[in-house]
Design a protein around this ligand. Structure first.
Ligand code: SD4
Length: 302
């Protein structure tokens, strides 16, 4: 488990994303470049309705995207509620590298992206629009545990959600990326955990990195990814740290936790990794020199 470089990412679609990250890592490339390249894959995937283009819209029909990125030096950048821009992870990186800020939101983020050469385009696809109109008939906002959970099968590429990715490069440096269209049918303006440093993603190059997926409100409440990294700092393995963070979420709101999904994924400096979720159905992908397309069924509390 300790071969470097290595890249891990959430859900089944992480397998394809890892391949793009691997093409950077295998040539001695930087973890930061790897996670950006990897996160762009589901962002561009038209069959993926939870990340980037073709993501499901909010209650009012706007596709609003959230993303963040963090490197081995503690540099970080994020965008939240950005519209019309298909690669929010790359905008987040530009916020990190070209501004003195960490996060841009809404119109400001969009404007910044356009100024840096991103093309404004409609992200709502006819298919997503149709699903939204279907939802409007009842307009019941109830987060599903895992999208299509009923039919959950490992290897079902589109069974979910946010992509969180963590890479450890040949030099031993860690970076992470997280990108999503957020919970489908959310209130306009709602921001989840995914663009929030410490919640959806955290990297500390002395210790390791962590990322999350699922109902962002519970992750924010517990500063989830930061918690996982701090637990690793205290000596826990990535697996133990993810388990402890999930248990913390359950302990704080046991009734809520029964109804929702939250999953954490973590890696440490040695390249050991682990994951844990509240509910079954979580999966993550691992890619290193020995095995490029590993997909692992995440353990869960329930
Ligand atoms: C959010 N964590 O916006 C993200 C989306 C997700 O299951 O992973 N949904 O809360």
């Amino acid at each position: 488990k300790s071969t470097l470089p290595v890249v891990i990412s959430t859900w089944d679609f992480g397998v394809a994303a890892n391949q793009a990250a691997w093409s950077v890592l295998k040539n001695g490339g930087r973890a930061l470049d790897a996670v950006e390249a990897g996160a762009r894959i589901p962002e561009a995937d038209m069959n993926n309705h939870s990340v980037g283009k073709a993501g499901y819209p909010d209650r009012d029909g706007h596709v609003t995207l959230d993303a963040c990125i963090m490197d081995e030096q503690g540099n970080c950048g994020a965008v939240a509620g950005i519209e019309d821009i298909d690669h929010p992870i790359s905008v987040a990186r530009l916020v990190m590298e070209k501004t003195p800020h960490v996060m841009l939101v809404g119109d400001g983020a969009r404007q910044f992206a356009v100024e840096h050469g991103f093309k404004a385009q409609k992200l709502l696809t006819p298919e997503s629009e149709k699903a939204w109109k279907e939802w409007l008939k009842t307009a019941k906002y109830a987060p599903v545990i895992n999208s299509e959970n009923k039919d959950y099968k490992l290897g079902n590429k589109y069974n979910h959600d946010t992509i969180g990715m963590l890479a450890l490069d040949a030099k031993g440096n860690i970076s992470g990326a997280c990108t999503t269209s957020g919970m489908a049918w959310k209130l306009h303006g709602r921001v989840g955990d995914s663009p929030i440093i410490g919640a959806g993603l955290y990297v500390d190059n002395e210790v390791g990195g962590a990322t999350s997926t699922g109902v962002g409100e519970e992750v924010i409440r517990n500063v989830g990814s930061f918690l996982v990294v701090e637990l690793m700092r205290q000596g826990h393995s990535p697996q133990e740290a993810c388990e402890e963070a999930v248990k913390r979420i359950i302990k704080k709101k046991p009734e809520t936790a029964k109804q929702i999904q939250v999953g954490f994924l973590a890696i440490n400096k040695k390249g050991e990794y682990g994951a844990y979720a509240i509910q079954e159905g979580f999966s993550y992908a691992v890619c290193n020199a020995e095995n490029q397309k590993t997909l692992i069924k995440g353990e869960s509390f329930y």
